[in-house]
Design a protein around this ligand. Structure first.
Ligand SMILES: [Zn+2]
Length: 267
């Protein structure tokens, strides 16, 4: 049997992450039913999490929110075949494409309820808001529980880590705006996509990290440095945490491309 040890974080939110760096799965006790937020990569663990949730609360799942299309947040969708699966339209489109390309054998269940912009669930005096921002991927959204001041960020936040920012649809400008939007909500608790449960402090520090990296690359693009020169530049910041070399390299390439295209549009 797969053993898991979920944590109760607020009056309604329970959360589990397999290790410090793996993706979080959470559920919201929405009084008369349960809502899942992201479904993880390890299907057996997600199954156990579902069992745990239904046993602990004596309620059933009705809805699943998917924050973005990456496999470590969507492989577990097949544990929720009987539920409504909610995502942004862009996330559904990207995931459908991924299923055709390289998630063929993952038995992913595609979202059957999509929206663009904002979506709200209401039950008694509880509210769940899903807010589309893009950034980490096109269609990325975060989940906000105003009554509890809780934000589940999806991968818009990698707490105490250098983020994975190398997706082909990443947009650092929209990502920075997304973090600012979350900061403006003044959350009491922040549940990141990866890393430790944290607070507004971590949102601010990830925003700083991204803004700083964008600024440095913008300067080098203005000086007409090539991507090869930028990648080797001593001006690139050193981070206190372990940085995955491949992620870092993909990040620089993507940021370079977006920054360059932005510059060309503006000139
Ligand atoms: Zn992701």
């Amino acid at each position: 049997m797969t053993k898991i040890d979920p944590l109760k974080l607020t009056e309604s939110i329970w959360d589990y992450a397999q290790s410090e760096k793996s993706s979080h799965i959470s559920f919201i006790d929405f009084d008369s039913y349960l809502v899942m937020v992201d479904t993880g990569m390890d299907v057996d663990k997600t199954k156990e999490f579902r069992k745990f949730a239904e046993k602990t609360t004596d309620r059933a799942f009705q809805q699943v929110i998917i924050t973005h299309y990456h496999g470590d947040h969507t492989f577990g969708t097949n544990v929720f075949k009987d539920c409504e699966i909610i995502s942004t339209q862009a996330t559904r489109d990207l995931l459908a494409q991924k299923v055709e390309d390289d998630y063929k054998n993952k038995n992913i269940i595609l979202p059957n309820k999509t929206f663009s912009g904002e979506y709200e669930l209401k039950e008694g005096n509880k509210t769940i808001k899903i807010i589309e921002t893009n950034g980490h991927t096109k269609g990325s959204a975060f989940v906000y529980l105003p009554e509890e001041g809780a934000i589940l960020t999806g991968d818009l936040l990698f707490a105490d880590m250098f983020p994975f920012a190398g997706d082909p649809t990443v947009n650092p400008y929209e990502w920075i705006d997304a973090l600012q939007k979350m900061i403006n909500l003044k959350p009491n608790i922040v549940i990141p996509g990866h890393g430790n449960i944290c607070s507004i402090v971590e949102l601010k520090s990830q925003k700083e990290l991204l803004a700083n990296l964008v600024k440095i690359i913008e300067d080098m693009v203005t000086q007409r440095l090539s991507i090869q020169e930028i990648k080797k530049s001593p001006r690139l910041p050193k981070y206190p945490h372990d940085v995955n070399e491949r992620w870092f390299s993909m990040t620089i390439e993507r940021f370079f491309k977006v920054i360059k295209e932005k510059g060309e549009e503006e000139s």
